[in-house]
Ligand binder design. Structure first.
Ligand SMILES: Cc1ncc(COP(=O)(O)O)c(C=O)c1O
Length: 406
């Protein structure tokens, strides 16, 4: 099998300069002006408090977009997987936190190579650890790499120590060592036994807090998170350990609160660049929360309409993630995305609420804008993000880290 030169590629790059209506569908579109406003809003807020923003790049998986966040003032990015981070390092981004645990010899070998690459890029790789066993295996992989290079151990560290954050379980009950004494004991053991690891921070991320609907609920969880961090810092002090330089965490739903606690030094929000239906269901309080707007859409076409109360679009499960709920239609009153099949989306048409411009018989071939239910897994379905400004295609950005799950 070989590529056929006479068949078009699936990139829509050749449409740069054309109106968005020319795009083939389903395709993933980002409104550049809204995106930039979201990037600036969070950066200005975080910088204004003297804190650091390290946005989570798993939301967009796109080095071109990350470069805009870095240009605005972000200190680096977060990734969730080693192979995801590799895609960003390959594009010259060298300051990366893998905000997650890394276990297994294949991954650890990649991690060591990535650590070296980040140093070459004048950056740093940081990774989360939550157990002594995992730390020991990581330390061992770094030792092994040094030995393989023929570097005498006594001369030590041809490879600089790898920076780590100790992840503490702040109530999400996912990864993370228990806060307080257990965390301090682990930190002490790492300091004493793992010369190739250097603990520089604590990760205190609470995912469930992000999607709690009211500010009061989110504030209560942030308070709980802070208590757990304080407890851990006290235990560090009691053990005679240095206070970690970095306290990292927070997401798009809680960042307004996290940043004002006086405890976090680094914020990890990710979805704020795009937003989605689920995030828009939060009740935002403009006195505390930031006013992020929807920038991400799936453009879809009505491919069939055989009855006046139903239309079918070409974006179904393979074009949209529905784990957090179905997409919503933008600027299409009376149309409701009702059900997703593999390649079909069923749209209910409520005539009484119809915009006259959207009469049922006029829907065939019409392009509709969908707001994804959940941005991160939706982006992971696409090879490229089409960038639009004022109704024109202005760029395409490859989603280079999509599918990078190792
Ligand atoms: C460790 C970590 N940090 C930050 C984030 C970013 O959260 P959000 O995309 O809700 O801003 C996530 C998202 O799941 C995460 O797992």
């Amino acid at each position: 099998m070989h590529a056929s030169a006479d068949l078009p590629t699936i990139s829509q790059r050749e449409l740069i300069g054309q109106p968005v209506e020319m795009l083939d569908t389903p395709c993933l579109v980002v409104d550049e002006e809204v995106l930039q406003a979201n990037i600036q809003a969070l950066q200005t807020f975080i910088s204004g408090l003297g804190l650091k923003l390290r946005p989570h790049a798993k939301s967009h998986k796109c080095p071109d977009l990350a470069k805009h966040q870095l240009a605005a003032g972000a200190v680096g990015i977060c990734c969730q997987k080693v192979s995801e981070a590799e895609a960003f390092a390959a594009q010259g981004i060298g300051d990366i936190l893998i905000a997650n645990e890394v276990v297994g010899s294949a991954k650890l070998q990649r991690l060591v190579r990535l650590h070296r690459r980040c140093i070459d890029l004048n950056g740093q790789l940081i990774v989360c650890v939550d157990s002594l066993e995992a730390a020991a295996r990581m330390n061992q992989a770094l030792e092994q790499a040094a030995d393989d290079q023929g570097v005498a151990k006594a001369k030590s560290i041809a490879i600089a120590p790898l920076s780590i954050y100790l992840e503490i379980n702040v109530g999400q009950n996912r990864c993370g060592i228990a806060p307080g004494r257990a965390a301090a004991d682990l930190a002490k053991a790492i300091e004493e036994q793992m010369p190739r690891l250097c603990l520089i921070g604590l990760q205190a991320y609470h995912g469930a807090a992000q999607h709690m609907r009211t500010l009061e609920q989110r504030a209560a969880v942030v308070e709980e998170v802070c208590n757990k961090v304080r407890q851990t810092l006290q235990a560090f002090e009691a053990q005679g350990l240095k206070r970690p330089e970095v306290i990292s965490g927070g997401g798009s739903g809680s960042v307004g609160l996290d940043a004002r606690t006086g405890l976090f030094t680094e914020l990890q929000a990710g979805s704020y660049v795009f937003m989605d239906v689920d995030y828009m269901r939060n009740q935002w309080d403009c006195t505390i929360d930031l006013n992020f707007s929807q920038s991400l859409f799936v453009l879809t076409t009505v491919m069939s309409q055989t009855s006046s109360d139903r239309a079918v679009v070409d974006a179904g499960l393979k074009a949209l993630s529905v784990d957090s709920g179905l997409p919503e239609l933008k600027d299409a009153p009376g149309l409701i995305y009702e059900k997703a099949n593999d390649e079909h989306g069923l749209i209910q048409c409520r005539h009484s609420e119809h915009d006259p411009a959207l009469e049922p018989e006029s829907l065939l071939g019409k392009k509709l804008w969908l707001i994804p239910g959940h941005c991160d897994p939706t982006v992971n379905l696409y090879d490229e993000l089409v960038v639009v400004r004022k109704g024109q295609v202005v760029n395409t950005w490859p989603v280079l880290a999509r599918g990078r799950l190792f």
